[in-house]
Design a protein around this ligand. Structure first.
Ligand SMILES: C[S@@+](CC[C@H](N)C(=O)[O-])C[C@H]1O[C@@H](n2cnc3c(N)ncnc32)[C@H](O)[C@@H]1O
Ligand code: SF4
Length: 402
């Protein structure tokens, strides 16, 4: 897990400044619930997750739902002036949320419903490891109000799964997706490309295997070699080759071609969906909407104020037990920083962004370089081409004049 920025101290009550509260009643908002447990840590993963069974009072798996409900109460008090503000989307991520009994996920969702309510037709997702989703588990999720599961398939190639240190049985992806569909849940699959040892053909096979399972949504992530992970150490010591950006670009193009022709066009650089099945929660992130991140290490954003919770589940539980906000620090964004975030996040969406006034001079060059779509630009919007998606950072810098 990368170090968090320093930020400024966050108040013990969790109170938000007037600038963040202004207009909040009219903005859609979401909840992210972090569940920081995994049975085994995958060698590439730097998420804030723990495999130990004993983490400390209030932090162990069997106490976690109760502890998290305390933060929901705190959020309820902070946002009490907006009683009508129901959640548009909820996303349980991890870690592996489905390592907990389904009843615990249901209890946390119920606490959110009781405190804030959900809009009619709210989207409620949980991430799931393929080995954890049985028929009865999926049925319990659906009965509790979950509408969607996002399953970590990663690859269909056993050699790639082994380099990724994945312990799941690849056959269980089909079992998990069948269980989810039988329960009436919408399904997404996560795939990773560019793993050492993967070939173009094995990536094609993974994509075809994912498509054959007929999910509603597929995420395709370029493998990131993260510092502090086992894979990062193996690459540094020369035991594994580093990722090759040219190979990753080729793999992205293969994904775009296969997924688009199978009826999953892109709607965000790494996300592809059947029309109407785009992940609303994801879209809120990229539009920089408001969300409260519950759980250790979770990040939140409300009206230009970002804050992040203490990382360790024990520290998190200790603060909440004494009635203190678990926020470690926060940052009140300047107008310029908010603009930069709007460009950096919004450009990743297929809808793109309105061309910023001060970036008009750059647009002809970006169109000429094949990075921005000419037709959309003529209508005043900056929308990435396929080449632009591969070079999204370059486009962002150009639009920001950096
Ligand atoms: C919290 S995990 C998903 C749920 C569950 N823990 C699992 O792995 O099956 C979220 C997703 O992030 C992606 N991910 C994690 N670390 C990554 C990395 N270093 N590079 C690319 N994708 C990564 C994986 O595709 C993973 O499915
Ligand atoms: S990829 Fe998923 S299962 Fe693996 S360590 Fe990360 S959160 Fe846990």
């Amino acid at each position: 897990m990368p170090a968090f920025p320093d930020g400024e101290p966050a108040p013990e009550s969790g109170a938000l400044p007037e600038s963040a509260r202004h207009g909040a009643a009219e903005r859609p908002w979401s909840a992210y619930v972090h569940v920081p447990f995994c049975s085994v840590r995958c060698g590439y993963c730097d998420f804030n997750t723990y495999t130990a069974r004993e983490l400390g009072p209030g932090a162990d798996r069997d106490q976690y739902a109760n502890t998290l409900a305390t933060e929901i109460e705190l959020a309820g008090a902070v946002l009490a002036e907006f009683p009508e503000r129901e959640l548009d989307t909820v996303f349980f991520g991890g870690g592996t949320p489905t390592l907990l009994p389904a009843a615990d996920l249901a209890a946390m969702l119920d606490a959110l419903k009781q405190r804030f309510g959900l809009v009619p037709g709210a989207e409620v997702t949980t991430e799931a490891n393929p080995d954890t989703l049985s028929d009865s588990y999926a049925a319990e999720l659906a009965a509790a109000g979950f509408t969607r599961v996002s399953i970590g398939m990663q690859s269909a190639d056993e050699r790639v799964l082994s380099v990724l240190d994945r312990t799941h049985n690849p056959d269980n992806v089909a079992t998990a997706i069948a269980a989810a569909k039988n329960a009436g849940l919408s399904c997404s699959l996560d795939l990773i490309y560019g793993t050492p040892g993967e070939s173009h053909d094995s990536w094609r096979t993974s994509l075809q295997a994912a498509i054959a399972l007929e999910p509603d949504h597929i995420s395709a992530y370029a493998l990131g070699i993260e510092e502090g992970t086992k894979m990062g150490a193996d690459v540094r010591r020369g035991l594994l080759p580093d990722v090759d950006p040219d190979v990753q670009a080729d793999r992205y193009e293969i994904a775009d071609e296969l997924l688009t022709s199978a009826g999953y066009p892109w709607y965000e650089v790494s996300n592809f969906a059947r029309p109407g099945h785009e992940c609303r929660h994801n879209i809120h992130y990229w539009r920089n909407s408001d969300w409260w991140g519950f759980g250790p290490g979770a990040h939140s954003h409300i009206g230009g104020v970002r804050w992040w919770n203490v990382k360790h589940p024990r520290a998190y539980a200790q603060l909440l037990a004494t009635g203190v906000s678990p926020a470690h620090a926060r940052e009140v964004l300047s107008d310029r920083a908010r603009h930069e975030e709007h460009v950096m996040l919004g450009i990743r969406l297929r809808e793109g962004i309105a061309i910023p006034m001060d970036a008009r001079a750059e647009i002809d060059t970006l169109v000429g370089d094949g990075l921005i779509d000419a037709t959309a630009a003529a209508d005043g919007r900056a929308v990435l081409t396929l080449r632009g998606r591969l070079l999204a950072d370059r486009v962002t810098y150009a639009l920001l004049g950096i």
